[in-house]
Design a protein around this ligand. Sequence first.
Ligand SMILES: [Zn+2]
Length: 492
Amino acid sequence: MPRPPEAAVPARRVACGAHFPIRSLTRRAALALMLPVTALAAQAAPSAAYPGKTSPLPTGRVTYRTLVETNLEMERLAAEFPDRVRRFALPHKSLLGQPVWAMEISHRVAQSSGKPVFLMTGLHHAREWPTVELTMEFVHDLLKSDGADSALTRALDQVRFVVVPVVNPDGYELSRSLLNEQKRKSCRIEAGKTPTFADCANPANQGAGVDLNRNYGAFWGGGGANVQPMQQSYRGEAPFSEPEIQNMRDLMAANQVVVALSNHTPDAKVLRVPSSAEEPVPADVVVYDSLAQLLGKDLNWQAGPWPKVYYVASGTMEEQAYYTAGTLAFTFENAPGQRSFHPPYSFVVDQYFGTGAYPASSSRAGFVRLLLAAADPSLHSVLRIQAPAGAKLTLRKSFTLETAPVVQADSSKAPAIKIPTTLESSLIVPSGAREVRWHVNPSRRPSQHEQAFLEESWTLTCRFHDRMQQLEVKVARGESVKISLPRCGGAQ
Ligand SMILES: [Zn+2]
């Protein structure tokens, strides 16, 4: 039997471009007075699916988090679990000047390590509230399961789990406070100009903003993104024009992200590249699609490339992740079928566990699979490096990333933009290790033009006191390479 709808949630599935008026005088008054939006959070909370009770989620929550709650929760987690949780701000503030917070969860999290990284994001799109919940609850779940569940405990030994629960904090505040509940995009109103919160909340600017999942550089400007600023999938004035996406670009460039997941709602899909029509079949299609299909089984959803199972989109997170580093990157379209981008909270609970409204469709199962995939060295590359404790190792590569041929307002196409790109990550060799294992992405990079690899190498630099050694390293997916650095004091 279908669940009765909850009273306070306008649960209408919204087509792209639909306009939703600000609904209450109270909110209008608050807006006129320019009250901080957080003042509205309590009254804006949707009614609970579990009145007076707790849900089975790890935190027991029964309502969607506000931005303030989410940020405070991250701060608390880092303070409570300093050995396992490190909170850090991404390098760029949001357009409205807010910090964008991330967490890293791993055993001995403060120590430099060569563990592979699993990156998970929520809320590129402002109204897709369940993505914040699913991400935050999985963090709590891992911390609770640590020591009790052997596979997850081992995973926390082996993997650095990095989360950005709210990629788009400005948009989330607008949507979650119900000032502009159906907002999808960022707060950008005019290219190159910084608006105020009141500008962004002004009903006249309701349709403005950049679609942050069309603003990444790889294949930016292709099909499935809009050229006009008031359209729902507006790509922005240039690749990486938005600080929120500069954050994601820089985070991925500075870490060996071997697996990535971008959480969205509400269309019941597991998506991988290609997402646009301009892309080739990915060079790693066998290994990449195998993982996609397993995830499809965990979620009981269709899995595959965007154009085949969903629609065309360009400038997406997984294009950026895959074509810069070979990261096995996916999108989940969570919490489907409820006529809303943020259905009543019980659907979040059901989606997390694969119960109730979503039998055998568990986001948690998919998250766990991706965490374990990140730990699996056959899916990335390993450098086994002999270097002295305390030495600083850096892996670097520079290359040219390309956008798609850029679709113009008159539908003609301008040549692709070439984007100089550098990836650089580093670690300090821990004491007590004869050999440090650095889990990295393959040096061979998938071509943007054909189903082939580009034979690139990593430049490995070792610095130890006044010693320095540098060498080129070629490594394929699934390969493990042994490296000695005698001139850096690594000897033998
Ligand atoms: Zn989305």
